[in-house]
Design a protein. Structure first.
Length: 292
């Protein structure tokens, strides 16, 4: 009776509000159940989708490997496929909560200009990655020097937006694809062989002819020197107090550094054995006595 009396004393608007609240409380368990079910299904869909994406990526990778695709192309396509499949998965899960996929795509399309301005750097890197794969200024495994900032290293990965280099001392350098595509760079290992040039300075009192013969013999004794390519010693410069002797030869790219280090070391030993000294700058100091 008290409840009915209180209800009779309320206005129409207040009665409607109470009715809405009662209806909400009555429907709350059912709505919570449906929401919990959707969340659980979304979690299951996400977990299954992640595994499915891994399987699809693995199948595509194997197909590209069988087709002898370049390693950089495989890495780039894998990165793109991963991003696209995860986007589809997220839209699918959002649709399960009542969001229309067409509405989402329309919203993204209408906001295309704003999104484009916001991610123009990423778009530039994406286009740069495509250009790198098409033009192929370098590939995975090449040693490159980026001329703008002086970064250098072996190309480890060419991804969707970035290229990773590994330095000789085992550091990772991450460079935007847009920067690499729009700046000059040097591909050190693009060719199968590389020329070595070393300069040796000897004093004017030394026998130039003998020095050249000794240096050329060092090149002949080095197995890694390509004998079918030019390899010789030559008078390079007449300095103020020395004669500069140049040494030139060719190595395969794999043997270059080890070969250069051996040749440099053996040049010193061979010149010492032949009695040809290497020029070393000398400084003369004159002491003057102070007059009293």
């Amino acid at each position: 009776m008290e409840y009915l009396e209180v209800l009779a004393a309320l206005t129409t608007e207040e009665r409607i509000s109470i009715g809405v609240i009662e209806k909400f409380l009555q429907e709350l368990p059912e709505k919570a159940w449906h929401l919990g079910t959707r969340v659980l299904l979304s979690v299951i869909v996400f977990m299954v989708g992640v595994q499915l994406i891994k399987v699809i990526r693995k199948i595509v990778k194997k197909s590209l490997v069988r087709g002898h695709a370049d390693k950089g192309v495989i890495q780039f396509i894998d990165s793109f496929l991963k991003a696209a499949l995860y986007a589809v998965l997220i839209i699918t899960i959002a649709s399960g909560f009542g969001l229309d996929a067409a509405s989402i795509l329309a919203l993204l399309g209408s906001a295309g200009v704003a999104i484009g301005l916001a991610i123009q750097g990423s778009l530039s890197n994406f286009v740069g990655g495509v250009l790198i794969l098409l033009i192929k200024p370098f590939k995975v495994g090449d040693y490159i020097k980026e001329d703008t900032n002086g970064n250098e290293g072996s190309v480890k990965e060419i991804e969707l937006f970035y290229t990773k280099l590994i330095t000789p001392d085992n550091k990772i350098i991450v460079l935007p694809n847009g920067t690499l595509a729009n700046s000059s760079l040097t591909n050190v290992t693009a060719c199968d062989k590389r020329r070595m040039d070393i300069t040796v300075r000897i004093p004017y009192t030394a026998d130039i002819k003998l020095a050249k013969e000794v240096l050329e013999q060092v090149l002949k004794n080095e197995e890694a020197v390509l004998k079918d390519q030019e390899h010789f010693a030559y008078a390079n410069e007449l300095g103020d107090a020395f004669v500069s002797i140049g040494v030139r030869c060719w190595f395969t790219m794999e043997d270059f550094w080890q070969g250069k280090w051996r040749v440099t070391e053996n040049i010193k030993y061979a010149l010492d054995e032949a009695g040809v000294s290497i020029f070393a700058p000398q400084m003369e100091i004159t002491l003057k006595e102070k007059c009293e």
